[in-house]
Design a protein around this ligand. Structure first.
Ligand code: GYE
Length: 327
């Protein structure tokens, strides 16, 4: 009897200890494990899939406990996720804001709770830069400029119908998203160097393949003499290829295509001659994000802006690197 109750008592105290252990696990401030709450935009593109994989793998590698939520391209879902991370008292919040505006309130809540925020991939347009520690990601204006500069340099070739005007249709990213706004700006700045190049029509395809296909179908019906498609990402460009082929035209020849990202499917289409030029946008932000989070939490100084290194690819350059692409 005595023995039995002793065992029972030991079992109770053990489960109590386990409960405490679980409790402290979920509130990382009690132990050394860093907990990061990450709100992802969605799963809209090949770029995004590679970005998510990179963040998940590098959190594991860095020993960081990652809480991950997919917002399905909706700002309200991101705000909900961030509020729940605040409630859970995570150590650090990172997120890729689907659109630029409307973040001040929730970021102030994080600040009041003493939880540092790291912007990943996309920026916010808030005037109060104390609401986040740093912003890690690409220079989207520069990406748009590189796309436009290539077109200016290849203008003679791009005037497919030889009428002296290079008619560009633009497939924009998600309306209000930093990469959509900035890529359009950078492209417009670069093509201003050649008055024969004009953006004749521009509409959002929401960064998806399907969106790109649908918008391109409507452009093919409504715009005469399209010479060039400028798509804000590979996926929309790949959707446009489907629409162009369905219309009986040859993508890359009858209509030139410029895209941004350089994910594998895009690079394959470039090698196949269906895309003419791709500006790289690197999604492998995970390792840098984990490093920045550790530094911020250790009280170390981090730069307010960390820009990703990127290149561009012609068809020949893509053929040389395709086999070794990681994403
Ligand atoms: O180019 C696009 C994705 O924010 C840089 O989002 C990212 C963009 C990327 O859907 O493919």
């Amino acid at each position: 009897m005595v023995k039995k109750s002793l065992i029972a008592a030991a079992a109770i105290s053990m489960s109590a200890a386990m409960l405490t252990a679980c409790g402290s696990d979920s509130n990382a401030s009690d132990d050394d494990t860093i907990t990061m709450g990450f709100s992802q935009v969605g799963a809209e593109s090949g770029w995004r899939t590679a970005n998510t994989a990179s963040i998940q793998a590098s959190a594991k590698e860095a020993g960081i406990d990652l809480k991950f939520a997919d917002a399905q391209q909706k700002q309200e879902n991101q705000i909900k996720a961030i509020r729940s991370y605040i409630q859970q008292k995570v150590d650090v919040i990172a997120f890729s804001p689907v659109v630029e505006s409307g973040w001040d309130t929730v970021l102030q809540e994080a600040k009041r709770a003493g939880i540092p925020v790291i912007l990943t991939d996309r920026a916010v347009d808030s005037d109060d830069t104390s609401l986040y520690e740093t912003f890690l990601g690409s220079d989207f204006v520069l990406e748009g400029e590189k796309a436009g500069e290539w077109l200016v340099a290849n203008a003679a070739d791009a005037d497919v119908d030889g009428d002296g005007t290079i008619k560009v249709v633009q497939l924009e990213g998600t309306t209000g998203a930093a990469p959509a706004i900035d890529r359009a700006d950078g492209f417009a700045t670069a093509i201003a160097a050649d008055p024969s190049i004009e953006v004749t029509a521009s509409q959002t395809g929401d960064f998806t393949r399907d969106g790109g296909k649908q918008v391109m179908e409507s452009f093919l019906n409504s715009v005469q003499g399209i010479d060039v498609v400028f798509a804000h990402n590979d996926d929309m460009g790949l959707g446009a290829i489907e629409a162009i082929e369905a219309a009986g035209l040859v993508p890359g020849k009858d209509i030139k295509i410029i895209t941004i990202d350089a994910v594998k499917d895009g690079m394959q289409a470039l090698v196949d001659g269906k895309i003419n030029f791709i500006v790289e946008c690197n999604p492998l932000l995970g390792p840098q994000l984990m490093e920045l989070a550790k530094k911020v939490l250790a009280g170390e100084e981090v730069p307010k802006r960390v820009v990703t290194d990127e290149t561009t690819f012609t068809q020949e350059e893509a053929a040389a690197v395709l086999a070794d692409r990681q994403y």
